[in-house]
Design a protein around this ligand. Structure first.
Ligand code: SAM
Ligand code: SF4
Length: 331
């Protein structure tokens, strides 16, 4: 089977990375992601089935997709995840990564390693259990922190995702950088995006990537920039002598669109060519018409042949205002 990239967008960007949201459900209620009461979860038959998702990954792999990130909602709350990962692991030339809140990881670490899945992004916005509770509205800090330590001990490649929120966790920025002194993890500070399910969009962001960096420099003036790999969204830094590193993701400022190689498929089966679009194609309904793999490939090629050049254009093309929750998109 070929592993050459075959899917390019109309701006010449190679599409090689799929982010697949396997559920819209979650066991936390992060304030930046959804309201306290949660969102109206979809009935199971409205979600892509595991078989449908497996087929999508297979076909995209034939189009040159070399990396898939399993996300959600919280992937570990959907029964059958580990069986699905076992099937995915059989696909050649495919790196499997996960994004999780870490609450339910404990019983799965050995199985993940056995499947060769080592790349895990863990969302942890605070190293303080009270602030963790304020942010996630759940009391699971100890469990998540224990699982983080277990992963580090087991040599997982861990990235810690921390959304920086004004008036909420800015006091965590420096401790999280400090955490990389003794722990070989990448802490990635993410600009807060308007996908919290409320329909309220801030015009201006207080903690943008510039402010985050200058704040870090007040304590770590010798932090060094690390060259960015193609397709990466995170601008990375390293404090000399520290085991881990630090990244800043300008997700609201959208500085990285020029090399974006991501295909998003939501749990509902919507294809997104950009995080900021409102879903450009209903893949689930299309698959359920009984289309062939060849049809599916040609359709994906067509969809990415009409891709906005950046997140601002994608946002302008939306039919409505941003009111969805990140739990149904997958981040
Ligand atoms: N539940 C898993 C988790 O939290 O890691 C996976 C799904 S979550 C939607 C994926 C990523 O999106 C997380 O790292 C989370 O921090 C990020 N995210 C969610 N809402 C966000 C927002 N409004 N702005 C920026 N990042 C957000
Ligand atoms: Fe759940 Fe992840 Fe959203 Fe938090 S960010 S509510 S853990 S889906």
């Amino acid at each position: 089977m070929t592993n050459l990239p075959l899917l390019f967008d109309n701006h010449g960007r190679e599409m090689s990375y799929l982010r697949l949201a396997v559920t819209d459900r979650c066991n936390l209620r992060c304030t930046y992601c959804m309201p306290a009461e949660g969102i109206a979860y979809l009935p199971q038959k409205k979600l892509l089935s595991w078989e449908e998702m497996l087929r999508i990954v297979h076909v995209l792999n034939q189009l040159g997709i070399r990396k898939v990130r399993i996300t959600g909602g919280e992937p570990f709350v959907r029964p059958g995840l580990m069986d699905f990962l076992q099937e995915l692991a059989k696909i050649e030339n495919l790196e499997i990564c996960l994004t999780t809140n870490g609450v339910l990881l404990e019983n799965h670490l050995d199985s993940l390693l056995n499947l060769g899945i080592k790349n895990v992004n863990l969302s942890l916005d605070s190293l303080d259990s009270e602030r963790f509770f304020k942010i996630t509205r759940r009391n699971d800090f100890d469990q998540v922190y224990r699982n983080l330590m277990r992963m580090i001990e087991a040599n997982f490649i861990v990235k810690l995702n921390a959304v920086v929120m004004h008036g909420m966790n800015e006091t965590d920025i420096l401790p999280l950088v400090n955490f990389t002194e003794k722990h070989p993890v990448s802490v990635r500070f993410i600009e807060e995006m308007p996908f919290n399910g409320s329909g309220l969009v801030e015009e201006k962001l207080f903690w943008d990537y510039r402010r985050i960096l200058s704040h870090i420099k007040t304590e770590f003036p010798h932090i060094e920039e690390v060259p960015m790999a193609y397709g990466e969204t995170s601008k990375n830094y390293h404090v000399p002598g520290f085991m881990g590193d630090v990244g800043i993701i300008a997700a609201f400022s959208r500085t990285f669109c020029g090399s974006c190689n991501r295909i998003r498929v939501t749990s509902l089966g919507q294809v997104k060519t950009c995080l900021y679009d409102d879903g450009v194609f209903d893949l689930k309904e299309y698959l359920r018409l009984g289309v062939s793999d060849e049809d599916l490939k040609n359709t994906m090629i067509k969809i990415f042949g009409e891709r906005p050049k950046d997140g601002f254009e994608a946002e302008n093309n939306r039919k409505g205002v941003i009111n969805e929750s990140m739990t149904s998109i997958g981040g």
